[in-house]
Ligand binder design. Structure first.
Ligand code: GLC
Length: 650
């Protein structure tokens, strides 16, 4: 079928405007553009069909796609081809990521280069460098309030340094992940500054209103994200005498994607990052990018249309870059970010497994797997070819946003259950070993999230304070079990810097006025390399945690069955303390079993037989021991917070 003449003209005009006359080597791109443009047009016009300049802006958006291809470096084009030859490179069991702040980990981008060796020693081969682009000091939200999408914040260095680091990393077989903050800009971004000065063109980039009439309509249904630090969703702008939508902090102005020019400009920024050599682009807070009065203004269908359009555009010009949607929303909503209906598996390649992350903490506090199992029905719907980022901790808080239904199915009351979890992790519950803090407490609803490092939440901080040796060992056991559970589920594990050597909470943020209102800084440590050196001294906490983490990574890298090919099946909860799953590929079968309780406990061999494993031997990759499968009345024994990584070997 020949292409619609409007689309043919659009392509020809884009080529002409960008001085592009395709040569033989460009035929692949031209073919993809011709094949993809009808879908792009369908997505675009479904959003902007009544915009007066819709055709012209569509033309310039296609121009952005063409320009992205033209300016993509030859090395990156080669890398694209290599990735596509490998198939879904990002599903591999060999990938292990780490999120880190360049300044807090290494100092700056140049110094980061000296730390690659350490990361290689650990086994990490994908780096999520937390936001690097210019962001005003004191009003930065950890870099998520960007004032210039193309300029590296001088405290990290410059673009040249980032490019040098990227090349060095990729030369070592490492992958680079960066963020694009799609939902908002800093109020110091050039667009916002012009809007403040009264420029109508740029005021249309944001949601701006002369009075409270429309803001009040929005407010009736919009939840608050930071109810204590930044209540409400609008901020009064003195300079232009208008209200502007600010869903996060008052210095983060929400971009208005009802204006197609905003989409075009941000797509251009996405390609700028793609052509810096980003392998995995983390789209920050996509759930919020489309707002409508009368709705919660989260997860609206138009959000998915925009993400699908972005994915299509990326596939055409910079196909080696995978996309991660940071949608930390209800389980039923998260799953939609992989695409639904005709767009199934054609939206985000990755999403955070935020539901499972929180459920792991739920299991740790209760010693009970029932809520986690009840919630799996949503998680397991992930389409083939897409993947999860699995994690125990990250730079953000732990939200308990899984469904009430899952809690009720486990015969618990949702309100009291969540209250218990909050008290347990904030250390208020009598006897709790945890030392976290409640984040974004909403006095109206009683909701709160949880801040704190992996180690502090697992009891290490309290054990250190009271010099309790048993407590220290138990917390180390918990940390390792939590990490192991994360590493062997389907998806890519994303470590959080500092956890590999047991960083406890850092309370110094309270003295910095730019941070004191946000206790997520508790768990954003400044790395002290003398502490890290202790990993080399036998018997230290740092040595134990580093070597255990390293071992888990090595085991994961050896087991092809851990690649994310939709091969996870949960075992029946014969023992409610034990979370157990089986994963299978041709010729390999793997059981991951984790005791979330502080009791010694057992599991009947019947649980294995039920999953088709009738007799033979199991190699426990964690201890190196081989175990024979016993009779139904015999048991596999578990230490408190103990676990097994079992491969069927005969
Ligand atoms: C994401 C980031 C978080 C930030 C928010 C607003 O959720 O992970 O740190 O505060 O977006 O940009």
């Amino acid at each position: 079928m020949s292409l619609d003449p409007f689309l043919t003209d659009t392509i020809n005009k884009a080529f002409e405007d960008h001085g592009f006359s395709p040569k033989a080597k460009d035929q692949g791109f031209v073919a993809k553009l011709e094949a993809g443009i009808p879908l792009l047009a369908k997505l675009y016009f479904s959003l902007y069909h009544s915009h007066p300049q819709k055709d012209e802006i569509f033309g310039s958006l296609v121009g952005v796609i063409v320009e992205a291809y033209i300016s993509r470096g030859a090395d990156l084009k080669k890398r694209d081809a290599e990735k596509s030859a490998k198939g879904s490179w990002f599903l591999s069991n060999e990938l292990v990521g780490m999120s880190l702040y360049v300044d807090r980990f290494a100092g700056d981008l140049k110094k980061m280069s000296h730390k690659l060796e350490y990361l290689e020693e650990l086994g990490v081969n994908l780096l999520h460098l937390m936001p690097l682009f210019e962001s005003p000091q004191g009003e930065s939200d950890g870099g998520y309030a960007v004032s210039n999408f193309r300029k590296i914040d001088p405290r990290f260095g410059g673009l040249k340094d980032l490019l040098a680091l990227r090349k060095e990393m990729q030369g070592k077989g490492m992958y680079l992940m960066l963020d694009i903050v799609l939902n908002h800009t800093s109020h110091r971004h050039e667009w916002a500054e012009k809007a403040k000065q009264g420029d109508g063109y740029y005021q249309d980039f944001y949601y701006m209103y002369e009075n409270r009439w429309i803001p009040n309509q929005y407010e009736t249904m919009m939840p608050e994200i930071f109810p204590d630090a930044a209540p409400g969703n609008f901020t009064w702008v003195e300079e232009c005498q208008k209200w502007v939508m600010t869903v996060f902090h008052n210095y983060q102005w929400d971009l208005n994607y009802m204006n197609p020019i905003v989409l075009r400009e941000m797509l251009d920024n996405i390609f700028f990052y793609a052509n810096l050599g980003v392998d995995l682009l983390r789209i920050d807070a996509p759930a919020f990018i489309w707002k409508e009065t009368g709705t919660s203004s989260q997860n609206l269908p138009q959000v998915h249309t925009i993400l699908q359009l972005i994915k299509q555009a990326v596939l055409i010009s910079t196909p080696g870059m995978a996309i991660l949607g940071e949608a930390i929303v209800a389980p039923k909503e998260i799953i939609k970010y992989f695409g639904t209906g005709e767009f199934r598996a054609m939206e985000c390649d990755f999403a955070y497994n935020a539901t499972h992350m929180a459920l792991q903490w739920d299991m740790l506090a209760t010693g009970d797997t029932k809520v986690m199992l009840a919630a799996q029905s949503d998680i397991l719907k992930k389409p083939y070819g897409t993947s999860w980022i699995n994690y125990t901790r990250c730079h953000d808080d732990i939200g308990l946003g899984y469904e009430d239904r899952s809690i009720m199915e486990a015969d618990k009351d949702p309100y009291h259950h969540r209250k218990y979890l909050m008290e347990y992790f904030s250390g208020r519950f009598p006897g709790s070993p945890s030392k976290g803090a409640l984040f974004s407490v909403n006095p109206r609803t009683g909701d709160a999230r949880i801040s704190g490092t992996l180690a502090s939440l697992c009891g290490l901080e309290k054990a250190l304070e009271s010099n309790d040796e048993t407590g220290k060992d138990l917390s180390i056991q918990k940390i390792v079990m939590m990490q192991a559970h994360t590493f062997f589920l389907g998806g890519m594990p994303m470590l959080y810097y500092g956890d590999e050597v047991g960083y406890i909470n850092d309370y110094s943020y309270a003295d910095d006025p730019g941070k004191s209102y946000d206790n997520r800084w508790l768990h954003r440590p400044m790395i002290d390399w003398e502490k890290v050196e202790k990993r080399k001294t036998l018997g230290t906490i740092e040595q134990k945690l580093f070597s255990y983490t390293h071992m888990l990574i090595q085991i994961r890298k050896q087991l092809a069955v851990i690649s994310d090919f939709q091969n996870i099946e949960w075992m029946s909860p014969h023992n409610t303390h034990i979370a157990g799953f089986v994963r299978r590929t041709e010729g390999q079968q793997f059981f991951g079993l984790f005791n979330f309780s502080h009791y010694h406990t057992v599991l009947s061999w019947h649980a294995f037989r039920e999953k088709g494993c009738t007799s033979g031997k199991l190699l426990d990759h964690w201890t190196g021991h081989t175990i024979s499968i016993g009779e139904d009345h015999e048991h596999l024994m578990f230490q408190p917070y103990g676990f097994y990584l079992l491969e069927v070997v005969g």
